[in-house]
Ligand binder design. Structure first.
Ligand SMILES: *[C@@H]1O[C@H](CO)[C@@H](O)[C@H](O)[C@H]1NC(C)=O
Ligand SMILES: *[C@@H]1O[C@H](CO)[C@@H](O)[C@H](O)[C@H]1NC(C)=O
Ligand SMILES: *[C@@H]1O[C@H](CO)[C@@H](O)[C@H](O)[C@H]1NC(C)=O
Ligand SMILES: [Zn+2]
Length: 430
C-alpha cells in the first residue's frame, strides 16, 4: 500500500480530538511509532504472561497459527531492533511490519478526510464505515441511530469510567415494547487499541436500525430480543489511544501504590479472577487489578449484566475484540471445564463461522477460548456465562491476522459485512 499526507493527517487528527483533556491538564504528546518493526514470534505453550517482559518490545497480541502453534506479535522500537534480533525470541519469527508508524499514519489520514460525515442529527450512510472516528463522533453516531428509530430505542448509560466518562450506548427493542424480551448484550472496545470493534458494532446497529423497517429477519430478532449495545466500554482508554498512545490496551486507572497506569478490564471480572492468563503486576498489559471488579468500568458492566439477567435473562453476550479471527466460547479461565451446553454453543459458532466466510472467504476459528486461543482469567464472557447465566457468553476476535490493531480503513466495511452475515445466521436460529 502507498500512503501520502501522513504528517498532516496525524496533526489534523490530534486537532480534531480536542475533547478529552480537562483544561488544567496539558495535552500529552502523541507517542511516535515511526520505524517500529513488528515481529510474529513463536512461543512455548506454557509461556507465562510476561514472557516478553524483559525483551525490548511491546506485546501486541497472542494468537494461534494455522498449525495451532502459539505466537505473539511484538512491536520493537528502532533503537532496540539490533538487540532484539540478537535475542532468542528472534530465532523463530517473521516480520509483519517494517514501519508501524507509517501504518498508523495511513489509518488516521483516512479518518481525517471523512470524519465530518456525521452531520448532527442525520444518520450517516455507509460512508461512516470508510474511516475510524474520534470518540465524540461515535457518541453523536449513537444519538443519530436513536433518532433514526426513535420509538424503538433509547440511549443508555451503564455507569462511569475512571475518568468520569459515561459508559454509554443504545438499547433497541421491537413490537412488544422495551425491556420485555431476553437480552442480546454487546460490548465493544474494552481494549482501547481495538478500534475495529466499536465500528463493527456500529455496523451491526446500522443494519438493525435500517433493516427493521423492511427486513423480516431483522424484524423477527428485534421483536424477540432486547438489544443492549455499549460500543465503547473503555472510553478513557479509547480516547487515550487516539490522543497519545495508539497501542494503549487497558483503562486509565491510577493506583495509589503503583506508578504504572491502567488495569485490564477484561481480566478484572469475578469468575476465575487472578488465575493464569492474568497478572498481579500493575505494569503488565493483563493486570487483573487488586480485587475482582475494582475497576469502575468492570463493576458497572457486571452490575448491568446482573440487571439483564434478572430482567428476562441473557440469550447472547458478545465481547468484541481484535485481532485473531476467532469466536471464543467460555471458558477462558479453565481449559478442563465447559459450560453444560457447550455442544449447542459449538454448533451455533460453526454456523456463524461458515456464514462469516461467505462474502470474502475470511476464516474464523471457534471453540472454548482457553483451547482455541489462550488461557485468560477474569474475563467478561466467563462472568456473563456463569453469573449472568447467558445461553451464549462469547468473545469474538475480529480481523485480521496481519495488520493487527491498525487494520486499514478499507477493511472496516468488509469486516462489518462478513460479521453481519454471521449474525444473520444466529438470528435465523434464535
Ligand atoms: C413514534 O410514535 C409516535 C406516537 O405514537 C408517532 O406519532 C410517530 O409517528 C412515531 N415515529 C416514528 C418514526 O415511527
Ligand atoms: C497496593 O494496594 C493494594 C490494595 O489496594 C494491595 O492489595 C497491594 O498489595 C498493594 N501493593 C503493594 C506493592 O503495596
Ligand atoms: C478460501 O480459504 C480457504 C482456506 O483459507 C482456501 O483453502 C480456499 O482456497 C479459499 N477459497 C477461495 C475461493 O479463495
Ligand atoms: Zn481485546
Amino acid at each position: 500500500m502507498k500512503f501520502g499526507l501522513q504528517v498532516g493527517g496525524l496533526l489534523l487528527t490530534i486537532a480534531a480530538l480536542g475533547l478529552a483533556s480537562p483544561l488544567d491538564q496539558p495535552v500529552p504528546k502523541k507517542i511516535s511509532y515511526n520505524g517500529y518493526k513488528v515481529y510474529r514470534v513463536s512461543v512455548a505453550e506454557d509461556a507465562d504472561d510476561d514472557v516478553v517482559g524483559n525483551a525490548p518490545a511491546v506485546e501486541l497480541q497472542r494468537r494461534r497459527s494455522d498449525s495451532g502453534a502459539l505466537t505473539v506479535d511484538l512491536a520493537v522500537a528502532p533503537g532496540d531492533i539490533s538487540a532484539f534480533e540478537a535475542s532468542g525470541l528472534y530465532l523463530d519469527s517473521t516480520v509483519l511490519s517494517y514501519d508501524l508508524g507509517a501504518e498508523f499514519a495511513a489509518e488516521s489520514r483516512v479518518s481525517v478526510q471523512t470524519s465530518t460525515v456525521s452531520a448532527k442529527g442525520a444518520l450517516p450512510g455507509l460512508e461512516w464505515f470508510d474511516a475510524y472516528h474520534p470518540y465524540a463522533d461515535h457518541v453523536q453516531y449513537w444519538a443519530d441511530l436513536h433518532a433514526a428509530l426513535p420509538n424503538n430505542s433509547e440511549l443508555i448509560v451503564a455507569g462511569n469510567s475512571f475518568e468520569g466518562r459515561p459508559i454509554q450506548g443504545i438499547h433497541l427493542w421491537g413490537a412488544s415494547g422495551k425491556d420485555s424480551k431476553p437480552a442480546i448484550f454487546f460490548n465493544g472496545n474494552v481494549h482501547a487499541r481495538e478500534w475495529i470493534t466499536s465500528i463493527v458494532v456500529e455496523y451491526i446497529l446500522y443494519q438493525i436500525v435500517t433493516g427493521y423497517k423492511s427486513d423480516p429477519l431483522v424484524q423477527k430478532v428485534l421483536n424477540n430480543y432486547d438489544f443492549y449495545v455499549l460500543p465503547v466500554v473503555n472510553p478513557d482508554g479509547f480516547v487515550y489511544s487516539q490522543t497519545t498512545n495508539r497501542l494503549w490496551r487497558k483503562n486509565r486507572q491510577v493506583r495509589s501504590n503503583a506508578t504504572a497506569v491502567g488495569t485490564d478490564i477484561n481480566r478484572n471480572w469475578e469468575v476465575g479472577w487472578g488465575g493464569d492468563g492474568s497478572s498481579p503486576n500493575p505494569s503488565s498489559e493483563t493486570f487483573s487489578g487488586y480485587a475482582p471488579l475494582d475497576t469502575p468500568e468492570t463493576a458497572a458492566l457486571a452490575a448491568y449484566t446482573r440487571k439483564l439477567r434478572d430482567l428476562h435473562g441473557i440469550k447472547l453476550y458478545v465481547d468484541w475484540h481484535s485481532y485473531a479471527q476467532v469466536i471464543l466460547l467460555s471458558y477462558g479461565y479453565t481449559c478442563t471445564e465447559f459450560p453444560a451446553n457447550v455442544d449447542e454453543q459449538i454448533n451455533l459458532a460453526a454456523g456463524i463461522a461458515a456464514a462469516i466466510a461467505k462474502p470474502y472467504n475470511t476464516t474464523f476459528d471457534y471453540g472454548p477460548g482457553c483451547l482455541v486461543l489462550y488461557q485468560s482469567s477474569g474475563n467478561g464472557r466467563d462472568y456473563v456465562t456463569d453469573v449472568g447465566k447467558a445461553q451464549f457468553g462469547w468473545g469474538i476476535e475480529l480481523r485480521d491476522t496481519r495488520y493487527g490493531f491498525v487494520l486499514p480503513p478499507e477493511q472496516i466495511l468488509p469486516s462489518g459485512i462478513e460479521i453481519w452475515e454471521g449474525l444473520k445466521y444466529a438470528w435465523s436460529q434464535f
